[in-house]
Design a protein around this ligand. Structure first.
Ligand SMILES: Nc1ncnc2c1ncn2[C@@H]1O[C@H](COP(=O)(O)OP(=O)(O)OP(=O)(O)O)[C@@H](O)[C@H]1O
Ligand SMILES: [Mg+2]
Length: 508
């Protein structure tokens, strides 16, 4: 049961008990008053009877009393008389107690008798004397009994209680309603609003102004709550500002880092471009000299074309690396991108006798990103795998949804990603090189074979897509490169599988 009704019921029950006790006390006082009135009336009547009968000679006492009893009975009325004792006639048991007391006091003694099993009645024993007060021979010669039915007292009290009860009911009901309304308005409603606000806050809504501040406990609770909300709101805004500033600084630093690398690149370029240019120059001159020899022309043209391709590749990689972050708007059908890339390198795969196994999540949805850039990442990774398996091998490509915690963000909650894993059966990446392979110009290939920019460029692209990359050991014996690209919304996360995705297996 809720607080409002519960407190209202308890308060009403207490109030009803207090009122019932008060009503009981009033009835007791009323009963006492009625008894006193009855006693006074009986004494007045006894005085009148005594005055009419005294002095009463002992020998006439019986007759005189009976005559008076008969006269009173005849007159009717609420009281009746009884001749209780005279001469040799002793009082019966029911009168004995009153007669004894009246004898001791030498005065009328009356009392209400409310005995079990018989209706209540009032009885008074009246002593009668044989002489006037003050005379030496005066003594009690007889006792008259005065009796009245006492049931009317209880009936009157019952009638009073019946008149009071409806009033009591109305009062208690009014009190209950007043307590309930007051509790709802002053306590339950403000508390409910406070609970709503706490629920809202737990869901991230810190904007609620809860209650007007009041000068009581609930008011101070609301005041503290509002202060806490303000504090949380400010803290959240501060954190958002700090995060935005950090992201901007990181972007600047990354770009600055790249520009610094571009300087280093200039020297590499001089070598990368200079050597093929020398070759091209020499071959072009040979071509000019021996243009009549068909075989010589074809050979030199081929060499010139290869060297130009080399220069073009170097230049395009340098451009890729030094470019400013481009927005990654657009959509990428990752399965199609991977298939297209495998088609591009079909010739190389055949040449090196590499078998391919592609496993793809069914019903893959497009993810936000730049399709050309993702294709470049796939191409770099596949070409690296091809280079690692120059003597033949197996290339396993897996595309699937996973739930992962971003590397280095141990406190961040795990999030859904689309993973592209490319595994080969080459020699793998030695542990000591793993920290460096994503650096620009890190290469283990011979001069002219690789610039060491493929993974650096790929890493940059994946980072621009808010994703991350990792390298590991493939159970097939070679290396496995995994690319994690974030999914656009929670909808897709429903399809994601928990962590611990086994690395893709090259074809058996
Ligand atoms: N699948 C792989 N197996 C073994 N080693 C690899 C693999 N992929 C990359 N590496 C190592 O990482 C290094 C850096 O690779 P990266 O692609 O950045 O440059 P590169 O392939 O050497 O040159 P390029 O600029 O032509 O791509 C490689 O030289 C190689 O030592
Ligand atoms: Mg490479």
């Amino acid at each position: 049961m809720k607080l409002g009704p519960r407190v209202a019921i308890i308060a009403t029950l207490l109030m009803a008990a207090v009122l019932a006790a008060a009503m009981g006390s009033v009835l007791v006082v009323l009963r006492g008053d009625q008894l006193a009135d009855l006693d006074r009336e009986a004494h007045a009547l006894a005085d009148a009877i005594v005055m009419g009968l005294e002095p009463l000679p002992a020998d006439r006492a019986g007759l005189a009393m009976k005559a008076r009893v008969a006269a009173v009975a005849k007159a009717g009325g609420e009281f009746r008389l009884e001749a209780v004792a005279w001469g040799g006639q002793r009082p019966n048991n029911s009168w004995a107690g009153l007669v004894e007391e009246a004898t001791k006091l030498d005065a009328p003694v009356g009392r209400l008798f409310d005995l079990r099993g018989i209706p209540p009645f009032y009885a008074m024993a009246i002593p009668l004397h044989n002489a006037a007060p003050g005379e030496p021979k005066r003594q009690v010669v007889a006792f008259l009994g005065l009796v009245r039915d006492g049931g009317f007292i209880n009936q009157d009290l019952l009638a009073s209680a019946k008149r009071l009860l409806p009033l009591l009911g109305v009062f208690v009901a009014g009190f209950a309603v007043a307590v309930y309304v007051m509790l709802m308005r002053r306590v339950a409603t403000p508390l409910r609003r406070l609970v709503d606000a706490i629920d809202g806050a737990s869901k991230g809504d810190l904007s609620r102004a809860v209650l007007p501040e009041r000068d009581d406990e609930i008011g101070s609770l609301a005041g503290r709550f509002n202060a806490m909300m303000n504090y949380l709101r400010e803290a959240r805004e501060k954190e958002a500002r700090a995060t935005a500033a950090r992201v901007a600084t990181e972007a600047h630093l990354r770009h600055a880092e790249k520009l610094a690398t571009v300087g280093q690149m200039a020297a590499e370029i001089a070598h990368e471009v200079g050597t093929p240019l020398n070759v091209i120059g020499g071959r072009a001159r040979t071509l000019a000299r021996r243009s009549s020899e068909q075989a010589e022309v074809e050979k030199n043209a081929e060499i010139i074309s290869t060297q130009v391709d080399r220069i073009t590749k170097s230049i395009s990689q340098v451009l890729d690396y030094s470019r400013k972050n481009r927005p990654t708007t657009g959509e990428v059908d990752v399965a199609k991108t991977v298939r297209d890339t495998l088609e591009f390198v079909e010739e190389d795969l055949k040449k090196h006798k590499i078998e391919v196994a592609l496993t793809c999540e069914p019903e893959l949805r497009p993810i936000p990103g730049n399709a050309d850039e993702i294709q470049q990442v796939c191409l770099n990774l596949i070409m690296n795998a091809v280079h690692a398996m120059a003597g033949g091998g197996k290339l396993g490509v897996v595309i699937e949804y996973v739930i992962r915690r971003k590397e280095g963000l141990d406190l961040a909650p795990p999030a859904p990603y689309l993973m592209i894993a490319i595994a080969d059966t080459g020699p793998g990446v030695p542990q000591e090189d793993r920290a460096r392979i994503f650096e620009a110009f890190f290469t283990t290939k011979d001069k002219g074979e690789g610039t060491g920019l493929g993974l650096a460029v790929s890493h940059g692209i994946v980072k621009d897509h808010d994703g991350f990359m990792e390298v590991g050991d493939s159970p097939g014996g070679g290396a496995v490169f995994r690319v994690f690209l974030p999914l656009p919304s929670e909808r897709e996360s429903d399809q994601a599988k928990p962590d611990a995705t086994p690395p893709p297996q090259p074809v058996a």
